[in-house]
Design a protein around this ligand. Structure first.
Ligand code: B16
Ligand code: MG
Length: 221
């Protein structure tokens, strides 16, 4: 039996837009100034995770200790590099198939939200011209607990006034998949099913994605 779905909640980085590489380059640059390197495998741990938690993970990885004041400065520097690197993002950077899918959801009166750990989410959604699709935008400024804590998705469901059980989350990060499942939501992983093994189902991207396909995915999961 198909599970009733009334709302779709989208992670932003890595789902709506490929900003993950910009985050990775900025973190890599920061690690280099601290005298060590980070690779793509380690970067999986940083995806979906708040800026402050990322700093702690990176310092731990490099075996370095810093005061809170120094950590804040490092976070500020990373964000400066990240913002420089995404300065030219625009509507052409929305990932293939996303706009068509959002239009299909809107046409069929589904509620839509963004649930992102990023404090830059409102700015980036604006730059891509897709803010108006969403009935709620929950970003890193509005939550206390970073993914894998379910707060970001539960807040989104609350603002949409939809039962978490009727929400589908689209996520590209292990921490985000875990957050969605802890929130009691259906989770579509966007990316490698081996990495996102805790998701109910996985898709590679949103090309040719539509409501009918979403329901087929819900049926087989
Ligand atoms: P910011 P998401 C996350 O966004 C990114 O995946 C993660 O790499 C980043 O550290 C985090 O946002 C915080 O971003 O520094 O811009 O506040 O995937 O949850 O949309
Ligand atoms: Mg993400």
């Amino acid at each position: 039996m198909t599970r009733k779905i009334s709302a779709c909640i989208f992670d932003m980085d890595g789902v709506l837009v490929h900003t993950e590489m910009h985050h990775f380059f900025a973190w890599k640059r920061l690690a280099k100034t601290l005298g060590f390197t980070i690779d793509e495998e380690f970067n999986e741990k940083l995806k979906g995770v708040s800026r402050t938690v990322c700093i702690d993970l990176i310092l731990e990885h490099g075996g370095i200790q810093k005061t809170q004041h120094e950590k804040n400065k490092l976070a500020e520097q990373k964000n400066k590099w990240f913002l420089e690197s995404v300065s030219s993002i625009n509507e052409n950077d929305v990932l293939p198939g996303v706009i068509d899918f959002l239009q299909d959801l809107r046409k069929n009166s589904y509620k839509m939200a963004v649930g992102s750990a990023s404090k830059n989410a409102p700015l980036l959604l604006e730059k891509m011209g897709i803010t108006s699709f969403f009935d709620a935008i929950i970003d890193g400024n509005k939550i206390q607990n970073a993914k894998p804590h379910p707060e970001v998705f539960l807040r989104a469901a609350q603002e949409l006034a939809i039962d978490p059980f009727e929400c589908v989350v689209f996520e590209d990060a292990q921490s985000g998949v875990e957050a969605a499942k802890t929130a009691g939501m259906f989770c579509v992983g966007v990316g490698d099913p081996v990495v996102l093994f805790k998701a109910d189902v996985c898709i590679q991207n949103f090309v040719d994605m539509n409501l009918l396909k979403l329901h087929q995915l819900l049926d087989i999961a």
